[in-house]
Design a protein around this ligand. Sequence first.
Ligand SMILES: Cc1cc2nc3c(=O)[nH]c(=O)nc-3n(C[C@H](O)[C@H](O)[C@H](O)COP(=O)(O)O)c2cc1C
Length: 337
Amino acid sequence: MAKLFSPINFKNVTLKNRIVMAPMCMYSCNQEDGKVTPFHVTHYTSRAVGQVGLIMLEATAVQPEGRISSQDLGIWDDDHVEGLTDLNRQIHHYGSKTAIQLAHAGRKAQLDSNIFAPSALAFNDSYKTPQQMTVEDIKETIEAFKAASKRAKQANFDIIELHAAHGYLINQFLSPLTNIRGDSYGGSRENRYRLLEEIISAVKQAWDGPLFVRISTDEYAEGGNSLEDFVYFSRRMREQGIELIDCSSGGVVPASISVYPGYQLPRCETIRKEANISTGAVGLITTGVQAEEIIQNERADLIFLARALLRDPYWPRTAATELNEKLSAPKQYERGW
Ligand SMILES: Cc1cc2nc3c(=O)[nH]c(=O)nc-3n(C[C@H](O)[C@H](O)[C@H](O)COP(=O)(O)O)c2cc1C
């Protein structure tokens, strides 16, 4: 059997295969209230019908001022739990597990309200200059991640992923390019890791399921974190009980990035080996053969797919055909599978 279709466990959660729907913002909360809409139910449930092992919800804001846009999904209020619970019920019905990506945009929020970041540095001319967070602001944000995790548990998610990539708030603290603080949250890499460390500890008080973290493994800019820094962060995360590092890149500062199939994979592989932790590969993975090669050669444990799943919600079936595998179908679809 192709290893892509073999199950894998994270704590008490078994994924039926290695295929993950990568988090993708849909900016579809038209009421600007962060609540699940019929669109979200159709969008995520279709990929569950298509036999994706793990459906990860898009970046979901833990505080309203931490949204990228006013149409983002949210989990900052108890009122969000009902829609998320119903969405999970629909996805689970088809045998997929669910994850939520907890996020705070920091200086990359494009909102009318004030925005916050480790330091008062704008991303570029078209973004607002953020307010430098006080220690009190930081503590509030940590509590917001914890409260969001409690709600994620109430809503029956199987896995939580913390969004520490793409230049959003946690990433802004990790990077020396965006964090020029002089207190215990800035300066050395130990200090720059502190926010993530405290968020993980707080989340673990409310959540005992598997916890993943997405990082940007390359900042594509002089003076940014090196691969060695990311191995250090990943080791710290493993010590804190993180199950998997989802290895993306970029977004910290404006930069031009050369992309090609598997462009983020060498760093993912290094982190897996050097930090001795499971990893997720992402970035221009489009074919079954490519995904199978990554899993078989133990370069990553999970395959995250974004745009390929937008094009083809039944990508697992397409990949199975390519790899000469037979994938079981939802009962209703057996005659056409
Ligand atoms: C429409 C869209 C929205 C995205 N939103 C998110 C997001 O919410 N969180 C995140 O970590 N990455 C996000 N990404 C990045 C993807 O998860 C993925 O890392 C990237 O698209 C590369 O994978 P791909 O080549 O399979 O598309 C988004 C990508 C797309 C195309």
